[in-house]
Design a protein around this ligand. Structure first.
Ligand code: ATP
Ligand code: PRP
Ligand code: NIO
Length: 488
C-alpha cells in the first residue's frame, strides 16, 4: 500500500488535467470562465434511447472537492512547485453546473451536463465526471433495455460477483434500479441507497445437506419467504419434487414464492416445472430463472413460450457485457476573453459527427400536446425561447434536408441548475422518484424508439440559430487555421 492516505477524490483525474490547469494558472487565465458540455456521440447497444444516471455521485464529488495534505504531498513528490501547490490547496468547485435529472431519457449529441466554471477547475473535474456518467448511464441504459423485453415481469440484479470491483457493484446496481430493475441481491446497495433487496439460495446449501429435501426444509425452518433452487442434481426428477414436498408439508408456515432454475434448457424445464407446480396446486408459485441472461436470451426464451416470470440477471447487466464503455466526452464550447466577453470555441474534424457545436445552449424535449409523445429533442442557443414559438422547424443537424414543422407542442427544458457559483441549489430526489421518472419518461417515446432490435432514430436537432452559429464558427476556424476540412 501507498504511504499516502486515500482521503480524497481530487486526484481522481488524469495527469494532463493538472498540467493544463498549471499552464492556465501560470499564464494567469485559470479563472477565466469556461463552459464545457458532457455528451456521448452514439447510443450504446444499438438502443434507441439512453437513461441518464450519475448525478448523485457527481454532486457528492463536487461538494467534497478539495486537495488534501496527502494529495498536495504526492504532487510535491511528483515535482510540482510550491506556488502552484498553494493555489491547488485552496481550490474548491466554485462553478455552476446544469444537469439533466437522473432517470431522464438521453440521446446522442445532446449535452447531459453543462459546467460553467473557472477554467482550471472545469478542467480538473473532467475525468471524474466522465468516469461517473460513462459507467452509470451505460448500466442504467442496459438495464432499461432488458426491462423493455420483460415488460412488467420482475428483474432482480445479481451481478455483484462479476462487477468490475466493489464501487461498480453498488453504483451499478443503483443504475440498474433507475433503469427499471426491481431489486438487488447486494445488501450494501440496499443499505446505501434504499433499493429493495431480495434473493434465493445457492447450490452450496443443497451441496451442504446433500439432498434437496433436507436443504429446503432447513432453509424454510428459518426463512418465511422461500424460493428453492432446483437444479443441483436433477431438476425435474429431484429438485422440483423436493420443493413441492417441502411446500406441502410446511403449508402456511412458509410463503412458498417458487423455484429457481439456473441451468439446462430453461424453456423446456420451466414448462415442465410449471405443469408440476400447477398439478400440485401451487398455481401462484413463481419460476425464477438465472444463468447468463440478457435481453437476447430472454427474447428467445419468451419466443419458446418459457414459463418464467421472475428473472435474475447479473453479469450481462452489471458489466454491460456487449459494450464496455459509453464513450461520453467533455468538450469546451465557450470561454471568456480578455474583456470578459464569452467567446465560442469549436473543435473541427473531418468526421462531421465529431465537429463540436459551439456556444451556450439549452436542450428541450418537444412534446406534441395532442399525442403526448416526444417529437424529438431540440438544442437551441441560451438566449432562444422555443417555448414561445407557434411553429418550430426541426431538421437533422447533418442531413439538413430531413426536416419537419411542429405545432401545438410543449418545449420542456431538460436541465436544472445543480450548483450556482459553487453553492448547491438542487435537492437530490430519492431513488424511487428517480426510478419513477425514468418509467414516466419512457411513455413519451413511441414504441418504435424502444424496441431492442433496430429501433428508429430519435431526432436530436439544432435550432436554426444554433446551426447557423455552428457553420459560422466552422468557416471562421477554417480561415483562421488555414485548414482544409472538407464539408461533406
Ligand atoms: N431455451 C433456451 N433458449 C436459449 N438460451 C437458453 C435456453 N435455455 C438456457 N439458455 C441459455 O443458454 C446458456 C447455457 O449456458 P451454460 O452451457 O453455461 O449452462 P448450463 O450448461 O445450462 O449450466 P451450467 O451453468 O451449470 O454450466 C445460458 O446463457 C442460458 O441462459
Ligand atoms: O449468470 P448471471 O447473470 O451472472 O447471474 C448470477 C449467477 O450467479 C450465480 O451463480 P454463479 O455464476 O456464481 O455460479 P454458477 O453459474 O456456476 O452456478 C447464480 O446462480 C447465477 O447463475
Ligand atoms: O439470490 C440469488 O439467487 C442470487 C444472488 C446472487 C447471484 N446469484 C443468485
Amino acid at each position: 500500500m501507498s504511504r499516502y492516505e486515500d482521503d480524497s477524490l481530487a486526484l481522481h483525474t488524469d495527469l494532463y488535467q493538472i498540467n493544463m490547469a498549471e499552464t492556465y494558472w501560470h499564464d494567469g487565465i485559470h479563472t477565466k470562465k469556461a463552459v464545457f458540455e458532457l455528451y456521448f456521440r452514439k447510443l450504446p447497444f444499438g438502443n434507441g434511447y439512453g437513461i441518464f444516471a450519475g448525478l448523485e455521485k457527481i454532486v457528492d464529488y463536487l461538494e467534497k472537492f478539495h486537495f488534501t495534505e496527502s494529495d498536495i504531498g504526492y504532487l510535491r513528490d511528483l515535482g510540482y512547485q510550491e506556488d502552484f501547490l498553494s493555489y491547488l490547496k485552496d481550490m474548491r468547485f466554485t462553478g455552476t453546473l446544469k444537469s439533466m435529472n437522473e432517470g431522464e431519457l438521453v440521446f446522442a449529441n445532446e449535452p447531459i451536463l453543462r459546467v460553467e466554471a473557472p477554467l482550471a477547475e472545469a478542467q480538473i473535474i473532467e475525468t471524474a465526471l466522465l468516469n461517473i456518467v460513462n459507467y452509470q448511464t451505460l448500466i442504467a441504459t442496459k438495464a432499461s433495455r432488458i426491462k423493455q423485453v420483460l415488460g412488467e415481469e420482475t428483474a432482480m440484479e445479481f451481478g455483484s460477483r462479476r462487477a468490475h470491483e466493489m464501487d461498480a457493484a453498488v453504483w451499478g446496481t443503483r443504475a440498474a434500479y433507475i433503469g427499471g430493475f426491481d431489486a438487488t441481491s447486494n445488501v450494501r446497495a440496499g443499505k446505501l441507497f434504499g433499493i429493495p433487496v431480495s434473493g434465493t439460495h445457492a447450490h452450496a446449501l443443497v451441496q451442504t445437506y446433500q439432498d434437496e429435501y433436507t436443504a429446503f426444509h432447513k432453509y424454510a425452518e428459518r426463512h418465511r419467504d422461500c424460493v428453492f433452487l432446483v437444479d443441483t442434481y436433477d431438476t425435474l426428477k429431484s429438485g422440483v419434487p423436493s420443493a413441492i414436498q417441502v411446500a406441502r408439508e410446511l403449508g402456511d408456515q412458509i410463503n412458498f414464492i417458487g423455484i429457481r432454475l439456473d441451468s439446462g434448457d430453461m424453456a423446456y424445464l420451466s414448462k415442465e416445472a410449471r405443469k408440476m407446480l400447477d398439478d400440485a396446486g401451487f398455481e401462484d408459485a413463481h419460476i425464477v430463472a438465472s444463468n447468463d441472461l440478457d435481453e437476447y436470451t430472454i427474447m428467445n426464451l419468451k419466443a419458446e413460450g418459457a414459463k418464467i416470470d421472475i428473472w435474475g440477471i447479473g453479469t450481462k447487466v452489471i458489466t454491460a457485457y456487449d459494450q464496455a464503455a459509453l464513450g461520453a466526452v467533455y468538450k469546451l464550447v465557450s470561454i471568456e476573453d480578455d474583456s470578459g466577453i464569452m467567446k465560442d470555441r469549436i473543435k473541427l474534424s473531418a468526421n462531421p459527427e465529431k465537429v463540436t457545436t459551439p456556444g451556450l445552449k439549452r436542450v428541450y424535449r418537444i412534446v406534441n400536446k395532442i399525442s403526448g409523445k416526444a417529437e424529438g429533442d431540440y438544442i437551441a442557443l441560451d438566449n432562444e425561447e422555443p417555448q414561445m414559438e407557434e411553429k418550430l422547424k426541426m431538421f437533422h443537424p447533418v442531413h439538413t434536408f430531413i426536416s419537419k414543422f411542429v405545432t401545438d407542442f410543449e418545449a420542456r427544458e431538460l436541465h436544472d441548475y445543480i450548483f450556482v457559483n459553487g453553492v448547491r441549489v438542487y435537492d437530490l430526489p430519492d431513488i424511487e422518484t428517480i426510478r419513477r421518472l425514468a418509467k414516466e419518461n419512457l411513455k413519451l417515446l413511441w414504441n418504435e424508439y424502444k424496441r431492442a432490435l433496430n429501433p428508429e432514430e430519435y431526432p436530436v436537432d439544432l435550432s436554426q440559430n444554433c446551426w447557423d452559429n455552428k457553420m459560422k464558427n466552422i468557416e471562421a476556424a477554417k480561415i483562421q487555421h488555414h485548414c482544409l476540412v472538407q464539408k461533406r
